[in-house]
Design a protein around this ligand. Structure first.
Ligand code: C2E
Ligand code: CA
Ligand code: CA
Length: 722
């Protein structure tokens, strides 16, 4: 992204703040202004790294090194450098619109991490060369001792006393002979080490195991030097962390004589490193362990046990707050954040036993992890505790917010984590959480392999739906609609199918719900309408003007989501115009359920289409328990009786209750000037029965199964001729 003048200005200001903070802690020969200029390109690189896609924190290491080059090497320099980045980088070099605040923060933290790492590496390099120089001087001093003892002594003393690193000299028995001022300063005085005249008194409880092994090898003359990170106790009880390099000095015949220790104070750097490590593993908002730390624990637990039975000792609760988006949308993100903090607090209190952990994965998703031999029993108990912990409303700024959540549990009795990987376990928990949501939320569900498999299949179908439309994998079958009075074909219903490259032909029940939930139903429905309109037009040309049959009409199903789509009316008009089709040749089928409770606004598009002359049919009528008098308000012209009524006509004599109902519906429909179509007619006696009851049109296997459009035409000609 190119920078504009405003960006440049902000960079300059960032560099000014940076230099103001860091300059006092440098030993640079640059002036303040020069130093600030030195920082501008570094700031620019940080800003670029912050906004780069994909994100890469690597370049920040060079910035750490550049700061060491500029002699920002005082012990306080690094914290100052990082604190300015921490507080001002995102503010002055905003990374642009694409990134959430959370992501920006996390990037900024990772950049600091790399600046610190680069800084430490460069400083180590520099200290090493400094140490080498000192060691050389010390060795030189020994070598020259015979010839120019005094001169070299003087040179050595100068280095010894002036060095920025701490230096201590001891004889080979461990008797400390001398320490320089820098070392005394590091320790905050040497008084507490009065007995520390021996090297062995300089031990610390946190010493790594090899420290004293290396030391013994050195004094035995088996090695000439070693380098290690080592803690010491300071006079005030605090810990001093150093990188310690110990070298052996031998006399002229090679006998070990002295040891010289060089120490660099890395306490600050270590503290910083720990802070960054903590931040990298905790969520900034709630302070809970974050995704990274959670996966560390989960991976370890799954790998667990010497018997490889890790999976049986892991339980997982995947929790998602119900309706959190609504809180964010209606009360604002600040309140949303406070709610998350409150929820985190309560969840944290649920997992206090050893082996339990609650983490925030991001957004409103939390996870509870249980490990140990009784994990499968403990995990359901944890899920219950979590729900109970959220039962009381949260009080925020005088408001009472009730919190509900859905939890997917893996590792309970039914769905063990088994030998699965972390990602798989988490996915199973996630899927199960959605099942809990679908069941109404505010509950937990146990993972179940069969449900997982179904969800995954559904998921993968959903994923390839959009491409399927582009690839032309959908096709339409037509099922004739027959006039009951004379058996003449009046039209056909368009029924969409998906020729899936792997699963073969899929019926609409297998993918229409997916298309509805993903919104793809709008373009798919538009395509069906275009195809069907084109087809109806083609029939019209082929048949000529049938004598009494009238034009063949086409019925197209409309999903509830399409009814809400604002372009419905204009697009339908366009499609009809493009196909050259009369609106009266189109019937849109809408289910009764989609219209129950619809207000005047929701009905407006249908009413407009009806006014244009498009027929509207109420599909699956009789399944929705709608109030019959309500029918008068709807812009419909046809009722399509649900298949269940037709089934009642199957036995002979027909089910008297169904007969009564159908009779009633038909007479009401006709009173309201609506025609009645029956679906699912599979036998001649059903057809006859429904005809007698006054139904107008029928559809079903008795006449024809859904099939290719050509077949409809032949059927129509045969019927018209007979
Ligand atoms: P529907 O609108 O009630 O469609 C009638 C369904 O009954 C069709 O199932 C059809 O194949 C089936 N059928 C027809 N005659 C008989 C019969 O004699 N006996 C029995 N047992 N069944 C019969 P299909 O094709 O599986 O379609 C299922 C549903 O999918 C449709 O129900 C409709 O709601 C939806 N659908 C189909 N195409 C589309 C479309 O293009 N868009 C939308 N939104 N929905 C569609
Ligand atoms: Ca239909
Ligand atoms: Ca139907």
């Amino acid at each position: 992204m190119p920078r504009d003048a405003a960006d440049e200005d902000r960079l300059q200001r960032f560099a000014a703040i940076w230099s103001r903070a860091v300059y006092p802690a440098t030993t640079t020969s640059m002036t303040r202004a020069e130093f600030e200029d030195y920082l501008v390109p570094l700031a620019a690189r940080l800003s670029e790294a912050l906004r780069a896609q994909p994100f890469d924190a690597g370049p920040a290491a060079d910035i750490g090194a550049a700061l060491v080059d500029a002699h920002c090497t005082d012990p306080e320099a690094l914290p100052l450098i990082l604190s300015v980045i921490d507080a001002y980088l995102v503010l002055y070099c905003p990374p642009g619109d694409g990134l959430s605040a959370e992501e920006s923060r996390s990037r900024c933290t990772r950049l600091q991490h790399h600046v610190a790492a680069g800084f430490a590496r460069a400083l180590r390099e520099r200290t090493r060369s400094e140490q080498e120089a000192i060691t050389r001087a010390a060795l030189g001093a020994r070598a020259e001792v015979e010839q120019a003892l005094h001169a070299s002594e003087a040179r050595f003393r100068a280095v010894f006393e002036g060095a920025a690193v701490g230096i201590g000299i001891a004889d080979i028995d461990g008797q400390v002979l001398e320490v320089n001022d820098a070392l005394t300063r590091m320790f905050g005085g040497m008084e507490h080490l009065a007995s520390g005249s021996r090297t062995t008194d300089w031990g610390h409880p946190e010493d790594s195991p090899e420290v004293w092994g290396l030391y013994r090898e050195l004094v035995r003359g088996e090695r000439d030097h070693y380098s290690i990170e080592k803690p010491y106790a300071r006079g005030d009880g605090s810990v001093l962390w150093t990188t310690l390099t110990v070298s052996l000095l031998r006399d002229a015949d090679g006998t070990p004589k002295y040891q010289i220790a060089l120490m660099e104070d890395i306490t600050e750097r270590r503290r910083l490193h720990e802070r960054l490590r903590y931040e990298a593993r905790h969520d900034a908002l709630t302070g809970l362990p974050n995704r990274t730390m959670f996966f560390e624990h989960l991976d370890r637990a799954l790998a667990g046990g010497p018997d490889g039975a890790g999976g049986d000792r892991v339980g997982l609760c995947y929790l998602d707050i119900d309706g959190f988006k609504a809180v964010n949308d209606s009360l604002g993100h600040a309140v949303g954040d406070e709610l998350l903090v409150a929820v985190a607090e309560r969840l944290r209190a649920c997992a206090t036993a050893p082996g339990e952990l609650v983490a925030r994965l991001g957004g409103d998703e939390f996870v509870g992890l249980v490990t140990g031999a009784t994990a499968s029993a403990d995990v359901t108990a944890l899920a219950r505790r979590m729900l109970r912990a959220l039962a009381d409303p949260v009080h925020l700024e005088g408001r009472e917010l009730s919190v509900r959540a859905s939890i997917g549990v893996v590792g309970g009795k039914t769905g063990t984590a088994g030998s699965r990987g972390a990602a798989e376990v988490l996915r199973s928990a996630d899927i199960t959480m959605y099942r809990a949501k679908a069941a109404g939320g505010n509950r937990y569900e146990l993972a179940d392999a069969a449900c997982d498999a179904r969800a995954i299949a559904r998921h993968s179908l959903t994923n390839c739906l959009p491409a399927a439309l582009d690839n032309g994998e959908f096709f339409i079958e037509y099922q004739p609609l027959v006039r009951l009075g004379d058996g003449v074909v009046r039209g056909a219903e368009a029924l969409v199918r998906w020729l899936h490259p792997v699963h073969g032909v899929l019926g609409p029940d297998q993918f229409i719900p997916l298309a509805e939930s993903t919104g793809l139903i709008v373009p798919l429905g538009r395509w069906v309408l275009q195809e069907a309109a084109r087809q109806a037009r083609a029939w019209k040309h082929a048949e000529g003007a049938g004598p009494d049959a009238g034009p063949l009409r086409v019925n197209v199903n409309l999903s509830p989501a399409q009814l809400c789509y604002p372009g419905l009316v204009t697009e339908t008009v366009e499609v009809l115009a493009d196909a050259g089709l009369d609106p009266a040749a189109l019937c849109l089928e809408v289910t009764e359920n989609a219209l129950i409770g619809a207000d005047e606004d929701a009905l407006r598009p249908l009413r407009q289409l009806a006014d244009l002359g498009v027929d509207i049919a109420l599909d699956d009528f009789g399944t929705g328990y709608s109030n019959l008098s309500y029918l008068r308000r709807l812009p419909v012209s046809t009722l399509k009786l649900d298949r269940s009524f037709t089934r009642g006509m199957q036995c002979s004599p027909a089910d008297p209750v169904d007969v009564k109902i159908v009779e009633g519906i038909v007479s009401l429909a006709h009173t309201l000037d609506l025609s009645v179509t029956v679906e699912g007619v599979e036998t001649g006696s059903q057809a006859e029965c429904l005809r007698v009851l006054g139904c107008d049109t029928a559809q079903g296997w008795y006449y024809a199964r859904p099939g290719p459009p050509e077949r409809l035409h032949t059927l129509s000609l045969v019927d018209a001729a007979s």
